[in-house]
Write a protein that binds this ligand. Structure first.
Ligand code: PLP
Ligand code: COI
Length: 367
């Protein structure tokens, strides 16, 4: 397979420095987009071709484009950070590239070579470097690589043409208001993914499947939904866009460990989740993958062995869970405050990502 070269076409309407700075002062999440985007095409028999870095703008699409009907779509999310010396680096892009390949396989789409994925992200960040927020806070440039089918037709089959794109959006905090514990609705009836389904692929359909439960959670006064396994409706899986971690005391007053639901195939293998399994050990905590039932979640909170719960993901970084609600009752987690382990891990992760701390695991990809 040939790796396409990415040609640079000048931007027709770049924003002025003043307009860009006004956006960077309060970027929000996913509301503003940079001046350029990358596009690469795939055609059956020809492979990947026509890589271009072009002005950001609308796509023209036939109404019978297969993606609009049968949802052959996958995406990724990763961040570029400004370092203290002004340089820019992305966090573990090869892990995103590899997950993108796994998602592609699950949806019968072509696999983009890892090097091409990284080169496409690098090209966009290089071109739109001025959009990477200043070092000092938690702001970053969020990259959204994605792939859609581009064949036109209504036959149900894997398409014979695809379009890969990368767009970028400056990101402040995912949850406005800073590190504030979120409340969780434990969904005992609606599921996000099933065994043998697409839960471990990053595809738009999984997010569509989560929206009704999310709206119901909001009606019940909760910020996020925690999904359970689809068979026994008992085992905790993840949130709609984040993995979960449980901070346990191994003995009264003894060592602490963090436990995350094991990868059963119906939850996403988060890159933040994976990084924290390692980072926890650096900070002297145990870390493991396991099974946690909702009964255990409640009982261990009440008996005091479960000290903290937090959610993690690229967009949300690490966010404490302060309250949990389900049809059977509700309880406060960690006194409704951000826990000490949660906040230590959060700082350690952000220090590596922003270049304030040493990148001991070689996770940062410098441009
Ligand atoms: N789970 C889901 C469903 C997600 O959408 C995300 C976000 O990407 C995550 C978990 C966390 O994954 P990562 O840490 O790779 O961003
Ligand atoms: C990410 O964290 O990158 C995600 O894709 C989550 C999404 C719901 C914004």
């Amino acid at each position: 397979m040939t790796t396409p070269t990415i040609e640079l076409k000048p931007s027709s309407h770049p924003l002025s420095d003043a307009e860009r700075e006004a956006i960077l002062a309060n970027p929000g999440f996913g509301r503003h987009f940079t001046d350029h985007m990358v596009t690469i095409r795939w055609t059956e028999g020809r492979g990947w071709h026509d890589g271009e870095l072009v002005p950001y703008g609308p796509l023209s699409m036939d109404p019978a484009n297969m993606t609009l009907h049968y949802a052959q779509e996958i995406f990724e999310g990763l961040k570029a950070y400004r370092r203290p010396d002004g340089s820019v680096a992305t966090f573990r892009p090869e892990a995103n590239a590899e997950r993108f390949q796994r998602s592609a396989r699950r949806l019968a789409m072509p696999e983009l070579p890892v090097d091409t994925f990284i080169a496409a992200c690098d090209a966009l960040v290089q071109q739109d470097k001025a959009w990477v927020p200043a070092h000092g806070g938690e702001a970053s440039l969020y990259l959204r690589p994605f792939m859609i089918a581009s064949e036109v037709g209504l036959g149900v089959k894997p398409a014979n043409e695809y379009l890969f794109l990368v767009i970028a959006s400056p990101a402040g905090a995912y949850f406005p208001g800073g590190v504030k514990p979120v409340s969780i609705w434990l969904s005992e009836d609606r599921v996000r993914a099933v065994p043998g389904g697409m839960g471990d692929a990053k595809t738009g359909g999984n997010y569509a499947a989560s929206l009704l439960a999310q709206a119901e959670a909001a009606q019940k006064g909760c910020d996020q939904v925690a999904y359970l396994d689809a068979v026994e409706h008992r085992w905790v899986e993840e949130l709609g866009g984040m993995n979960l971690y449980f901070v346990y005391e191994t003995a009264p007053g003894g060592d602490l460990k963090i436990v995350t639901p094991e990868l059963t195939g119906s939850l996403l293998a988060g890159i933040t989740r994976d990084s924290l399994l390692t980072l926890a050990k650096d900070l002297g905590y145990g870390s493991e993958e396991g099974r946690i039932s909702i009964d255990q979640w409640q009982a261990d909170t009440e008996n005091g062995t479960l000290k903290e719960v937090f959610a993690c993901g690229t967009a949300a970084v690490i966010t404490p869970v302060g309250r949990v609600k389900s049809a059977r009752g509700e309880w406060t987690q960690s006194g409704g405050q951000p826990g000490e382990v949660t906040m230590r891990l959060r700082k350690a992760l952000l220090d590596i990502q922003t270049g304030s701390g040493e990148d001991v695991h070689g996770w940062m990809h410098e441009l």
